[in-house]
Design a protein. Structure first.
Length: 258
């Protein structure tokens, strides 16, 4: 039964990451804590490790279509990697109940974001919204702002096991003016590096379950790669609504079992 549970977790994880660019945390942490009764911090560490390999597979799919622009996103990525280490330190100084509560709040916030866009039938960031963003007074201020966002996203990654997919997307769209597909592809790559930084922090504490990571990660990599390749055929509002339902359910499950 545990093996079947891990295989199903991998399929759902890969589908979700390839479908929306969202972090594996929304599936792996609840599956390991609720389904396999792993300690929360160990589930977080394993989630981040799964996120690394899954995000890399999805990134490869977007890169093949020319939607990867790492050169302009380096400051965001560096900020996220630094922030992930801070998040890991905070996670070991806060009570587990508080971490679970923070995780649930994070899920509800993400669900609201997806529901909002599905209800309005608009993409994550419209052309009109991008045009309305006023650029900073100088390139230096823009880089500093994006770097700060990356640091905050990294803190979230280390603290509750998320890798900041949606936040990376918004930072690249509003901060650097990427197109939606470029933001998804590049944001997923940034998410992989942010997760790597956080996963290494948890691994040093012995809080990554190697067996669960191997099974879930392998299945998620294969699933995520192929789902990402065909996701452009699906209307965005249905993606947003479906993802919102998943995130809401995960948040409720963590509150119920927390």
């Amino acid at each position: 039964m545990p093996v079947i549970w891990l295989l199903l977790t991998g399929v759902v994880t890969g589908t979700l990451t390839g479908f929306t660019g969202a972090s594996a945390v929304v599936v792996v942490v609840p599956a390991l804590t609720v389904g396999l009764h792993l300690p929360f911090r160990e589930a977080v560490g394993t989630s981040l490790a799964v996120d690394v390999v899954t995000s890399l597979a999805v990134t490869r799919s977007y890169a093949r279509a020319g939607n990867l622009r790492l050169r302009r996103a380096w400051i965001l990525i560096l900020g996220a990697m630094a922030g992930a280490q801070t998040g890991v330190l905070l996670a070991h100084r806060l009570p587990v109940r508080g971490l679970v509560g923070g995780f649930a709040v994070f899920m509800f916030g993400m669900a609201a974001n997806f529901f909002w866009h599905a209800w309005r039938d608009i993409p994550l960031v419209s052309v009109r919204a991008r045009a309305a963003v006023r650029p900073p007074a100088s390139p230096a201020r823009r880089l500093a702002g994006v770097g700060l966002i990356g640091f905050l996203v990294g803190n979230v990654a280390g603290l509750i096991g998320a890798s900041g997919g949606v936040l990376f997307l918004l930072a690249l769209l509003y901060g650097l003016g990427f197109t939606l597909r470029e933001a998804v592809g590049t944001g997923t790559a940034a998410m992989a590096l942010s997760a790597l930084s956080g996963a290494l922090g948890y691994a040093r504490q012995g809080e990554v379950d190697a067996a669960a990571w191997a099974v879930v990660g392998l299945v998620a990599v294969v699933t995520g790669f192929y789902v990402a390749g065909g996701v452009q055929r699906i209307p965005e509002r249905f993606q947003a609504a479906g993802t919102g339902l998943i995130l809401l359910g995960v948040g409720l499950a963590m509150v119920w079992h927390g």
